[in-house]
Design a protein around this ligand. Sequence first.
Ligand code: SF4
Length: 396
Amino acid sequence: MRPGSVSADNPQGSVLADNAPEARELGLYVHVPFCAKRCGYCSFNTAPLEDGAMVRYLEALRREIDLLGALAWAPRVRLSTIFLGGGTPSLLTADELAAMLDRIRSHFELVADAEITVECNPESVTRDKLAGYRTAGVNRLSLGVQSLDDSILPRLGRLHDARGARAAFEAAREAGCDNLSVDLMYGLPGLDLDGWTRAVEAVLDWQPDHLSAYGLTLDAGSLWGAAGIEGLPTEDTQVDQYWRLARAAAARGLEHYEISNYARRGFRSRHNQIYWHAAEYLAAGPGACGFVGRMRYANVKATPRYCETLAGGDLPVASFEHLSERQRLGERLILGLRVSDGIPAALLETRLDGDSRLRGFVDEWRARTLLVDTGDRVRLTEAGFLLSDALFVELL
Ligand code: SF4
């Protein structure tokens, strides 16, 4: 089957029926496509939550889970991770979340210690709600703090302030969450190095188990991408912010295990490692993307259309692509090099074979200690992480 799209007039999920996963254990990503308000920098598939929209979405999601569970290969696989992302999944009540997870469990076996993560925005959680999530089986929370500067947060479009972020973190701990991640952003308009240092130290004082820190990018689908934004720090300042975090996290014993992610030992994100290892995962929800067999696929993006498709009894797959051997190799290289464990040296050698120009490029990275060999593996250093996009473009 060649790369292609499912007809917009007749979307259906037979491509999923025809493409059984190769692995016994998979991840599952569930997309919740609503937010209370859209942030200026965000290009994710999300929209303001309107009356009745959550109920319609949850009904459609139930149908999607039922249809996925009815696939002939479903009884042969087990879920090792479930990740609820968005959007703002913490807009779900504990009862809604519990019903969703019960539906998933009714169709799919979960491994005994399955990681179940929910992305949360500080203003949409309380201790009681998070305790309810925990009772439902959620064992990991990812808290979208982004900034602790009360002059920057409203400009981003965020609805919480620094106190609210801290309160949400404490509420999560009081609710029993012992695997708690915090998201921060650097390169933000109005954020200088001192302000970033204060935010990093404050969050590290909270002692999160995991910390994600992404540099701002002005994506085309975002408000800021379209209209522009003033006050961005210089590239040099952003580089300084990257290093300030890397050193502060190391000083607190956090492992810099992926370009943008830090963790206490034993607290790496298992779900995200599925992506970085180019392993297989199912997708549910509007616009969610999955990878099974050798096929990458994406669901219908618009939530009303997603709901209509499922009401008609079809899986909402909108497009799919079967990866060639060359594409698979490229993905394994660039995803694997995102992680501090790196990739088998033999895998890189396969890509370099017969390509003297690329080999010269890679040799230069080795000479600059951006790329290092450790036993039979090769990995990026922290300096290499910072420049990795330039290498990834070459490796694809
Ligand atoms: S950044 Fe998060 S909260 Fe803001 S619009 Fe995007 S998904 Fe919603």
